[in-house]
Design a protein around this ligand. Structure first.
Ligand SMILES: [Zn+2]
Ligand SMILES: [Zn+2]
Length: 570
């Protein structure tokens, strides 16, 4: 059901009735940097502000954040930002966003805590004054938007879906979710509320696609508890569990299993300790105070009474688990008889790093248990059956798969199509697309904005431009050629031979030929200038020489090394 437009025209005085615009700035055709802009009339709301992580196309880059260009252009209409949950791909870019935009951030308790910790570590400091707490079940009214926060299950506490209702219709934004009927310490996802929204009519469903390729139903968190119980009952020595630090439910399961076997728990790794403290302050962790021990108490306990909860399930080199494995931790290391549980999935791209750690763990005499051996991990993302369930309950007019690489979005679109949503109402968006729902519910593409993201190198903001990146790729792939030219200014001639050096560009056997080629080219350029009576010092620029050498080397080798030219005058 498409709702009718309210009476009255937008404050801007535009003649056309306002449209509802949906503009993904991240999260489409990628996993990471989730950020979506919703615009109706004079009001802009944003859902999430995440960071993305580098891959092999962006060497040397620390993180990638969404491009805020569209928001800068419409700065005075941005009313606030709504956060679905506290994972980095949803909150990671907030420090950069808040440096530029002084707007309220609405977040559930756990997400708010994690954002506060993030802002505390941001230099220069970013104010936390604009952070506002909301809870699942809350409704907000901002401009012409009504906002409903709906409880969902996910691998972090306090994840919500968000329904945005405007005079044009309601958009249901799932955020990251799974359907868990036995999620240990919290309630199952609020399917009742989702069904109610569905009954009232959903114009568009924007649904996450991480596990859209995986058939069936995700494993329940409670099954992980059972697996822990079994492993804990059999382990003779210490137990070391590595997991994502933000998964409070998993931390609780480890602590509970430890208490049942009379074991104490040591928490290792800064991010794990931070999340532990945050969750504790919110009352999300239940345990006997004596269960949690510090490093000093570790040595006084026999191995069969110890559990270590550690960061590093992705093989991160500086993490607690890696340091234990490689004996780099100042206080303890892996020993014979330890049982190590990797309670997490392997994020694609991290396999090599993880196996490096696993090999080391085996070599030190530990038993290693991971996802493929036992149900020690449950994904936080809906599989096909759950995705279908949400489509069934919401019965959307338009379907927009999000939060996934293109193959995932494609599979998700296929699912929706098989469930009867016609092709013309399934929309595969790109970051930066401007999708407009007009009065009556018709959807049209009305333009696009910058959607590629901004690369962050070190702690600066966008200080690595594409050229730097291209140079890095070329240095890695094509090598470097450096040329030093000395000009005798008085004689208007080259002084001696140009000095040419090459690294990683060409095989040794070809090297002399390449050097000769470059020297000849430089001499040709100088000769030509001399004949035209043009002063070399002003006409023989390093850029000019570089371009000509580039062409010469490309003609010879079909490759484009990075070329560095220095011109010295005497
Ligand atoms: Zn998430
Ligand atoms: Zn996510």
């Amino acid at each position: 059901m498409i709702q009718k437009k309210k009476n009255g025209s937008p404050k801007g005085g535009s003649a056309n009735p306002p449209a509802l615009r949906v503009i993904p700035l991240g999260g489409m055709r990628e996993i990471g940097k989730n950020m979506t802009v919703f615009e109706y009339g004079q009001d802009i709301l944003i859902i999430d502000c995440g960071m993305g992580f580098p891959d092999d196309r962006t060497p040397g880059i620390d993180i990638i954040i969404p491009d805020f260009t569209y928001l800068r252009e419409n700065r005075d209409r941005v009313r606030g930002i709504l956060i679905t949950h506290g994972h980095e791909d949803h909150i990671g870019a907030l420090p950069w966003f808040l440096k530029e935009f002084d707007v309220p951030v609405y977040a559930t308790p756990m997400a708010k805590k994690l954002i506060e910790m993030k802002l505390d570590n941001t230099r220069p400091k970013v104010s936390k004054k604009k952070l506002q707490q909301v809870r699942a079940g809350d409704t907000l009214n901002i401009g012409d938007f009504q906002i409903d926060f709906i409880h969902v299950n996910h691998s972090i506490a306090d994840a919500v879906s968000i329904a945005l209702t405007t005079p044009i219709g309601t958009v249901f934004y799932t955020g990251d979710f799974k359907v868990d009927y036995t999620p240990t310490t919290v309630d199952p996802i609020d399917l009742g509320k989702i069904a109610e929204l569905g009954n009232n009519g959903i114009l568009a469903l924007i649904s996450e696609s991480t596990n859209a390729e995986v058939p069936g139903h995700s494993l329940s968190e409670c099954e992980v508890g059972k697996a822990f119980k079994e492993i804990f009952s059999e382990a003779k020595g210490r137990i070391i569990v590595a997991t994502f630090s933000s998964n409070v439910f998993r931390l609780q399961q480890v602590i509970t299993a430890a208490e049942e076997r009379g074991r104490k728990v040591l928490i290792l790794g800064r991010s794990m300790l931070n999340v532990f403290e945050a969750a504790k302050s919110l009352g999300y962790l239940v345990y006997q105070p004596s269960t949690i021990i510090d490093m000093q108490s570790l040595d006084s306990l026999p191995p069969e009474e110890v559990v270590i909860l550690a960061t590093g399930s992705q093989g991160e080199p500086m993490s607690a688990l890696s340091r234990l494995a490689f004996s780099e931790h100042r206080s303890t290391e892996i020993m014979e008889g330890d049982t190590v549980i990797l309670s997490s999935s392997m994020i694609p791209g991290n396999e090599e790093a993880i196996f490096r750690v696993v090999n080391e763990l085996f070599m030190k005499g530990a038993e290693v248990i991971h996802e493929s051996l036992s149900e020690v991990h449950a994904s936080g993302h809906a599989c096909q059956d759950e995705l279908k369930q949400i489509i069934t309950l919401t019965r959307p007019h338009y379907f927009i798969p999000s939060h996934g690489e293109f193959r995932m979005l494609y599979r998700h679109a296929e699912l929706a199509s098989r469930m009867g949503i016609p092709h013309e109402r399934i929309i595969l968006l790109k970051n930066g697309d401007i999708l407009e729902f007009r009065e009556g519910g018709q959807a049209v593409f009305s333009g696009y904005t910058e959607g590629a993201g901004v690369l962050i190198d070190g702690s600066g903001m966008g200080d690595v431009d594409e050229y730097v990146l291209r140079d890095r790729l070329r240095l890695a792939d094509e090598g470097v050629v450096s040329i030093t030219i000395v000009i005798d200014e008085a004689a208007n001639r080259l002084y001696g031979d140009p000095v040419v050096q090459a690294k990683g560009f060409i095989y040794e056997s070809d090297m002399n030929h390449v050097i000769t080629l470059c020297q000849d080219k430089v001499r040709d350029i100088a000769e030509e200038l001399w004949e035209k009576k043009k002063p070399l010092v002003s006409h023989m620029t390093s850029e000019g020489v570089r371009d000509k050498i580039q062409k010469t080397l490309f003609d010879y080798s079909r490759r484009r090394p990075v070329i560095m030219v220095s011109v010295v005058r005497i």
